[in-house]
Design a protein around this ligand. Structure first.
Ligand SMILES: Cc1ncc(COP(=O)(O)O)c(C=O)c1O
Length: 360
């Protein structure tokens, strides 16, 4: 369905100010953004306009009661320089799953997709050409009622902005299995990409950094026994010849990169188990020399190798990255798909339609 997104272009692009060789993650924003407002039970005035600050009421409900959700996606360019999106329909669905959990309205999937095509098409010059770099896309929705009181907002704002990014974790990451704080419990909001989940993760992450580790490995909130995920990544282990990843149980984000990794590994003949995974099993495998690999998957990081994992008094040092066949293969496949150098057999790559085609 064509939605008639109104487009107002910048008078002067800021693109020439950007040094694509040195892009700090999350600090550079492209020329345009998509905006729509929800009022009286409907989305109104979908438009693309110059990226800029907007006023917000001091009582805007998202600032007080946390009805705020988001997505993180990337666009890249094919070998021929054509821009494409990666599994955009999965993100359209996931933001609405998050909306359900946070008692927020759905954003129409067709409008979500159309907005992405129009915005990325317009700002495709901002897609960095360097390997491992991409245009990061941030769709989000927040409660905008000017009201004090805990109830679902009646008004919302939906925005998509983008910005060029370089590689996220250039080095393998070290993890500490969290023993005090929890990110999410079953029945909570962990499966939603809700802003508050990230706010709550900051203190444990800070403490982990102070202890010398890059990221927290979250454990279940009932027994601190089962592994959940890491920072902004899902987690995979290679135990002997089997790849194991925790099953999403309502407390873990259903990562889209995770979904890709599972499918690619299975299709390539790997033994993959998606099931509850206790930390004791990892310790046992480590002691027997069967903990071969550990890696995280996520849109920002793509695939990040894990160098070591601390659990209580034990520090489990993983084999050198050069020996990581499975994680390295998944990384190569997903990087290759995202760079347009590996053929996409799954229909994950979606070429961006030009603005003119959309407005035709
Ligand atoms: C908490 C959390 N887990 C996992 C992921 C990985 O998800 P995806 O592969 O969809 O980026 C993310 C990033 O979006 C995240 O924020």
């Amino acid at each position: 369905m064509k939605q008639n997104i109104k487009i107002t272009k910048v008078q002067q692009s800021r693109l020439s100010e950007v040094d694509f060789e040195n892009i700090p993650f999350g600090r550079v924003f492209s020329d345009h953004m998509f905006v729509a407002e929800y009022k009286d039970g409907e989305w109104h005035n979908p438009r693309i306009e110059p990226f800029e600050r907007f006023p917000i009421h001091p009582a805007a409900m998202a600032l007080h009661y946390g009805q705020a959700i988001f997505e993180g996606m990337k666009a890249s360019k094919s070998k021929d320089g054509e821009p494409f999106l990666f599994r955009p329909e999965m993100h359209a669905k996931r933001i609405n799953a998050s909306a359900d959990r946070m008692c927020m309205p759905h954003f129409p999937e067709d409008l979500f997709l159309e907005a992405l095509h129009a915005l990325v098409g317009l700002d495709q010059g901002w897609i960095p050409p360097q390997e491992g770099s991409a245009l990061y896309i941030r769709p989000y929705m927040f409660a905008n009622d000017e009201f004090i009181g805990v109830k679902p907002s009646q008004n919302y704002k939906f925005i998509i902005f983008t910005g060029p990014v370089g590689p996220y974790y250039p080095k393998p990451v070290s993890l500490i299995a969290e023993q005090k704080y929890v990110r999410a419990v079953r029945g909570g909001t962990g499966e939603a990409k809700a802003a508050g989940n990230y706010g709550g993760s900051l203190l444990p992450a800070k403490i982990a950094n102070e202890k010398g580790y890059d990221q927290v490995m979250w454990m279940d909130g009932h027994e601190f026994k089962y592994i959940q995920e890491v920072g902004t990544m899902n987690i995979f282990f290679v135990l002997g010849d089997t790849v194991v990843t925790p099953e999403t149980d309502g407390a873990i984000l259903k990562g889209i990169t995770r979904d890709c990794a599972i499918k690619l590994l299975k299709d390539n003949g790997h033994k993959v188990e998606v099931r509850p995974l206790a930390i004791d099993e990892i310790v046992e495998a480590y002691k027997k020399g069967e903990l071969k690999e550990c890696f995280g998957t996520g849109t920002a990081a793509v695939v990040a190798h894990v160098s070591k994992i601390a659990y209580k008094d034990l520090e489990m040092e993983l084999p050198p990255v050069e020996e990581r066949k499975v994680g390295a293969w998944v990384k190569m496949e997903i990087d290759g798909l995202r760079a347009g150098t590996i053929e996409d057999e799954n229909g994950w790559i979606v070429p961006v339609q030009a603005v003119e085609e959309i407005n035709a």
